[in-house]
Design a protein around this ligand. Structure first.
Ligand SMILES: Nc1ncnc2c1ncn2[C@@H]1O[C@H](COP(=O)(O)OP(=O)(O)O)[C@@H](O)[C@H]1O
Ligand SMILES: [Mg+2]
Length: 463
């Protein structure tokens, strides 16, 4: 274990000095703050194992410090210093989450014993938590995939089930929901795990090239074909081929892929010799393939062929309880990659992350965490580390009905009307607060008449 870091928060320099001497003698790393406010700032910057806190201080007393420090770092434990004879205050502090207390004047041995006891207790608690997390991890992690929502657990159990077989799998879901991860997890769990896993992104390769990519060609098959080339289906022999973004494949190519699926053989371009393939097929798409079938953009027969076992990855905004675990996972990952020692996010940040609709899903979350870790100054990711979309007024981040993004039963015009009204109400509230509830001023801020403000306040029951 590294040297425990201890923060002393006390306005009396004499006391700070004494405590520092004792604790440094014990081999601890010690920092000081001269009031609650400075203390809170330090906790935001550095991960301390323990804070020793005076209860009576100017600029945020010990109680305020306790509350704020815990919301930044729930792991922080605190020991409070009370004046002689103020048992009551000490009890209140313990109710507010302090671990222990000692009264002034104290002797050095007493201080030493209290601190050692508290740190030992904390060490044991952390050990228990670690073990619990390890136990839990078996259920919330699958390969590189993280999730404890019922949705993700279902995905994990489906992966387990389909891995054993050779069944064709269609993974569908919005971009960034983890389709690539699922495809490679299925391969890794399957009997083909030690054979190739070949991924082809059907959207990224121009149509004319895609065919030769998939099937390969003989020398001279077309201008520029100077040598013969093996296609991806051949490369995947005995393994798995992952046709990513299959919804973007052209109709003629779809016909050829269908033939492989049905007959398990194909020819290289420029060749008449059939090649037998033993390849498991996994496909993924972020498009609604059934719709594409209806519109004539996707072959119905191919759709039925690949849709043997569908796996749906729901967007992140409908499984928000995966967010804390994912954040922790990405922090661990980028601590390693960036050689950082970030300990977590503040409670404010977690709230912002939980309330954001995540149009780019897990990929976007990963980018946001990574970026925040690069700009973070201290041991915690604070709200300033988040990109601008999180800086919009709380109206957008916090107060919009989350159902807007996952309930598609309401027609768009009605929904927009409802959002407009929600937003109008929030803007009026903001303006009223800014104007210290003087209606004339608020109406001016909003650029509407006093009468119209009055009507709206009645409508939205704001008084
Ligand atoms: N459940 C998850 N746990 C951990 N990381 C995930 C999860 N889902 C997605 N990711 C990460 O998000 C990014 C996008 O995932 P990806 O599989 O490429 O999504 P898609 O193929 O659906 O666009 C990747 O960096 C991936 O590691
Ligand atoms: Mg993908």
């Amino acid at each position: 274990m590294s040297r425990p870091k201890i923060l002393i928060v006390d306005d009396d320099p004499g006391i700070r000095f004494v405590i520092r001497e004792v604790l440094e003698d014990e081999g601890f790393y010690v920092d000081e703050a001269s009031d609650g406010e400075e203390g809170v700032k330090k906790v935001e910057q550095t991960y301390y194992d323990l804070a020793v806190v005076d209860l009576v201080m100017p600029n945020k007393d010990g109680f305020a410090f306790l509350r704020e420090a815990r919301s930044i770092c729930p792991d922080l434990i605190t020991v409070v210093i009370t004046a002689y004879g103020s048992q009551k205050a000490a009890m209140r502090a313990i109710q507010e989450g302090a671990y222990d207390y000692f009264a002034k004047p104290f002797d050095n041995d007493e201080l030493r014993i209290v601190i050692r006891r508290v740190l030992e207790k904390r060490r044991l608690e952390q050990k228990v938590r670690l073990l619990e997390e390890q136990l839990q991890k078996q259920e919330t992690q699958f390969g590189e995939m993280i999730g404890n929502s019922t949705e993700m657990r279902e995905v994990f159990s489906l992966i387990r089930k389909v891995s054993a077989s050779d069944a064709t799998v269609l993974i569908y879901g919005e971009s960034g929901t983890g389709k690539d991860l699922v495809a490679s997890a299925i391969h890794r769990e399957s009997p083909r795990a030690d054979k190739p896993f070949i991924r082809v992104n059907c959207a990224a390769i121009p149509e004319t090239l895609l065919e030769s990519e998939l099937f390969g060609y003989e020398r001279g098959a077309f201008t520029g074909a100077y040598t013969k080339k093996q296609g991806k289906f051949e490369a995947a022999q005995h393994g798995t081929i992952f046709l990513d973004e299959i919804g973007d494949m052209s109709l003629p190519l779809q016909a050829k892929v269908l033939r492989i699926l049905e007959q398990r053989e194909f020819e290289r371009l420029g060749s008449t010799e059939s090649i037998k393939v033993d390849v498991r097929i996994i496909a993924a798409t972020n498009k609604d393939l059934r719709n594409a079938v209806k519109e004539g953009k996707f072959r119905e027969d191919l759709y039925f062929r690949i849709n043997v076992v569908p796996i749906y990855l729901p967007p992140l905004r409908v499984r928000k309880n995966d967010i804390p675990l994912l954040v922790e996972h990405f922090i661990r990952r980028y601590n390693q990659r960036l050689s950082k020692t970030i300990k977590g996010v503040t409670r404010d940040v977690m709230e912002l992350l939980m309330n954001y609709p995540w149009p780019g899903n897990v990929r976007e979350l990963e980018n946001v965490v990574q970026r925040a870790m690069i700009v973070a100054q201290g041991d915690f990711i604070t709200a300033e580390c988040l990109p601008s979309q999180f800086m919009t007024p709380p109206v957008w981040s916090g107060n919009l009905d989350p159902k807007l993004f996952n309930d598609f039963t309401e027609p768009l015009p009605d929904k927009l009307q409802r959002v407009a009204e929600q937003l109008e109400k929030l803007l009026i509230k903001e303006a009223l607060e800014k104007a210290n509830f003087r209606r004339q001023k608020a109406a001016e801020l909003l650029g509407i008449s006093r009468k119209s403000l009055h009507n709206k306040m009645v409508k939205y029951k704001l008084s």
